[in-house]
Write a protein that binds this ligand. Structure first.
Ligand SMILES: Nc1ncnc2c1ncn2[C@@H]1O[C@H](COP(=O)(O)OP(=O)(O)O)[C@@H](O)[C@H]1O
Ligand SMILES: [Mg+2]
Length: 337
């Protein structure tokens, strides 16, 4: 079910709002395959808005169109058709104004391998005309936070893979952009840097009303970091909402599997079904399978009924509702394909 607000967003009706940082209207990118036999609809008619100060997670499996979408926003790919608006107005994607507004961290390396870490950051900083003293301070702050200070004088090519990913991040952030576009940046980060990045991005978005778009196929990250999530598959946006609302609207709820000590019949199933509100329950061999929102809260009530009917529970397995269950219910397939 699509809510009216969601519908409005999916149709892109608020793209011109003053609190919209990025709006796209019927944005498409179709590629023609090499032998021209196939038209790949990488992005196929996206219309929605990303608000100022928001962390927007674009979630979708490999090939969904996430990178193509981001590359159009930063002017690296020309849309087949459609509109892109920044702060409510259509800007030339190659304009200098836009370059200052946007920070882009691509999936692939975006630094000079033969320069040192410091040289990379100071070179990119100079292109943004950041005054020397301020640039030095910003670089130190980033290197500190990204645990790269010890690598400051090392050539980028000599860094480990994880360090290179962190340098990539710093390259996209040094000019303190208003809108930050991060394409799969959480891949290959160690837990410490991952945590730092979480905090940094939250801070970055909330303090100065900055906007962040993260693309990822990692649903745990998108779930915990994003204010709103767009679920993309085969170039189309299937739903846009807060992680919580997505789970409540499209999710199948938590799944509780209760292994019962002996054979039972449908009368146990219907007793629970009648007594406990808003559950869907079925028998699967020795298991009672209960699907419901907030299953933990309902567990004691269910256990009481099972025991009152003379059964014992041998094992309990809980699968918490997640964006994965949302994705499955929207597409019928798993996210990690
Ligand atoms: N330059 C290109 N030429 C032809 N097809 C492309 C090109 N770039 C991407 N695609 C295709 O577009 C679809 C979306 O790719 P992409 O945007 O990279 O997805 P994601 O980032 O979500 O993994 C895929 O089917 C991919 O093969
Ligand atoms: Mg990608």
């Amino acid at each position: 079910m699509v809510t009216s607000k969601e519908n409005e967003i999916l149709k892109g009706e608020n793209v011109g709002d003053s609190d919209s940082a990025i709006g796209v209207v019927d944005l498409k990118k179709h590629f023609v395959s090499k032998n021209e036999s196939e038209n790949v609809k990488a992005v196929d008619g996206l219309s929605f808005s990303i608000m100022k100060g928001e962390i927007f997670g674009l979630l979708g499996p490999n090939g969904a169109g996430k990178t193509t979408f981001i590359r159009m926003l930063v002017g690296l790919l020309k849309p087949t058709s459609g509109q892109i608006l920044f702060n409510g107005e259509e800007l030339n994607v190659n304009s200098a104004k836009l370059k200052n507004v946007i920070g882009y961290v691509p999936q692939e390396a975006a630094f000079w391998k033969d320069l040192t870490v410091y040289e990379n950051l100071s070179t990119i900083g100079t292109t943004y005309k950041i005054p020397n003293k301020e640039l030095k301070e910003r670089i130190d702050h980033l290197l500190d936070g990204l645990y790269l200070m010890d690598q400051k004088k090392k050539k980028a090519s000599k860094l480990s893979g994880g360090m290179q990913r962190r340098l990539n991040l710093a390259m996209g952030m040094v000019h303190h952009p208003q809108i930050l576009l991060l394409d799969e940046v959480f891949v290959g980060l160690d837990p410490q840097t991952r945590n730092y990045l979480y905090d940094y991005l939250r801070d970055f978005a909330s303090k100065e009303n900055k906007t962040i778009i993260i693309t990822s196929h990692l649903m745990e990250i998108v779930d915990s970091l994003s204010d709103r999530v767009g679920i993309l598959d085969l170039g189309k946006m299937l739903a846009v909402d807060t992680p919580e609302n997505l789970k409540n609207t499209h999710g199948k709820g938590d799944i509780l599997q209760l292994e019962i000590d002996k054979d039972f019949d449908d009368s146990l199933v219907s007793k629970i079904d009648k007594a406990v509100a808003d559950v869907s329950i079925e028998k699967n061999e020795q298991n009672l399978v209960v699907k419901t929102l907030n299953a933990i809260a309902k567990l004691p009530e269910i256990l009481n009924i099972v025991e009152a009917e003379g059964f014992l529970i041998q094992d309990v397995k809980l699968t918490k509702q997640s964006l994965e269950t949302v994705f499955i219910s929207l597409t019928g397939k798993e996210l990690r394909v």
